[in-house]
Design a protein around this ligand. Structure first.
Ligand code: PLP
Ligand code: ZN
Length: 392
């Protein structure tokens, strides 16, 4: 069956594959939401297989999604009722797996030999893992200056990794133009198949909280792919009458790369790229987000907002999630808590609002720069030493 995608901005319909419209904006896929929720017999995110553009695969790919949604009262002191959606529970520790398995399943159904992606972090690991799980080859294009530790994380899945010199922003567009001739299906940050897969975060959230969706969802944002998927999911559910309201979508960027937050604050219609800058939150460090305009609309149209946080606030939020909730997330992922704090202070979140923070990525992949002070004591005096430590 031919697959139709539409431009989010001008509405033009295209037959897939067609990731961008003639107007330059990304296309997306509408979920054919039915009159009732699908049953829970299928595995995890594949519960929604009838609404997805691919057949449910068999094998390790079925491990993706179905992540826990937990209530965290110890964080309510920020000023709202806090819930956390633990996307860190996915096979490679991020929500990216949801998009990767859909993109890879589509390529496998059409007998592609290779999938590919442009990423130097979580998406690269996720696509490489999904390709390995379905026995496809994988091409990962990374910037020349990628840290070695991250390279090893990607390489473990057996992908063909190529360091590319030149503009990393242009690499996104170049991959889409060379992919078809090479027989490589690139599943980049805001690819419609990826966005459709990642939108299952929203489908799950809504199904888990039916009949009343949360008041707000707070999500770390870089390219805008996850925010787009959440928006699409809630819109389609709302139109089908399966949810009574659409949650306010709050997007959180890092101060080092906050073009969407800048456009929101300025009341602009379009997002303008900013110069690249260093940040501890490299997973949300995209200075030129390909789905920036769409993410901006997602926040505006749902009555949400786009804010940003300093590296110090991100590190502090990462610590709070670990210490107050026992949850380890990477600094980029802690943006949801850092942002929620700001939003509650600004009166955007109320104390009786049910707010879902999306824990987008596990903390166990990134080194933690922390000066940890640990005493050393002789075994012979362990008892008294511990007594002193616990009393102090
Ligand atoms: C990719 C990623 C994001 C940002 O998602 P976008 O779809 O690029 O906006 C946030 N957090 C983590 C951990 C990620 O890996
Ligand atoms: Zn268009």
């Amino acid at each position: 069956m031919p697959l139709t995608v539409t431009c989010h901005a001008c509405g033009t319909a295209f037959e897939w594959p067609r990731p961008r419209c003639t107007c330059g904006e990304p296309t997306w896929y509408a979920y054919p939401v039915g009159e009732r929720w699908p049953g829970t017999t299928a595995e995890r995110m594949w519960r929604f297989a009838d609404w997805l553009p691919v057949e449910a695969p068999e094998g390790p790919q079925t491990a993706v999604g179905g992540t826990p949604l937990v209530r965290v009262p110890s964080l309510d002191e920020i000023g709202c009722r806090v819930h956390v959606k633990l996307e860190s529970a996915n096979p490679t520790g991020t929500f990216k797996d949801r998009g990767s398995v859909v993109g890879v399943a589509w390529a496998a159904e059409r007998a592609f030999d290779h999938v590919g992606t442009v990423s130097h972090g979580n998406m690269a690991m996720s696509v490489a893992a999904a390709a390995a799980a379905s026995d496809l080859g994988c091409v990962v294009l990374v910037p020349a200056d990628i840290p070695r530790a991250r390279l090893a994380h990607i390489a473990q899945f057996g992908a063909t990794i190529v360091r590319v010199e030149g503009s990393y922003g242009e690499l996104y567009h170049e991959s889409l133009s060379i992919g078809p001739d090479l027989g490589v299906r690139f599943v980049n940050s805001d690819d419609p198949l990826r966005v459709a897969g990642q939108g299952t975060v929203g489908l799950e959230l809504a199904a888990e909280t039916t009949p009343m969706p949360p008041d707000a969802v707070v999500v770390p944002t870089s390219s805008g792919g996850l925010a787009s998927g959440l928006w699409r999911a809630f819109r389609d559910l709302f139109e089908a009458g399966l949810v009574s309201t659409i949650p306010r979508l709050y997007l959180v960027q890092t101060d080092a790369a906050a073009p969407i937050a800048d456009a929101f604050a300025a009341g602009a219609d379009r997002v303008t790229a900013v110069p690249p800058a260093e940040t501890v939150a490299y997973s949300i460090g995209n200075p030129d987000p390909p789905s920036g305009n769409r993410a901006l609309s997602a926040a505006r149209e749902t009555g949400g907002a786009v804010v940003s946080a300093t590296d110090a606030a991100l590190i502090d939020a990462r610590r709070a999630l670990a210490r107050e909730a026992g949850l380890s997330v990477e600094a980029a992922s802690a943006a949801s808590l850092a942002g929620a704090r700001r939003l509650a202070e600004a009166g955007e979140l109320a104390s009786d609002d049910d707010v879902v923070l999306v824990a987008t990525g596990t903390g166990f992949k990134e080194p933690i720069d922390d000066d940890v002070e640990v005493p050393t004591v002789p075994l012979t005096s362990l008892g008294p030493s511990l007594e002193g430590l616990l009393a102090g």
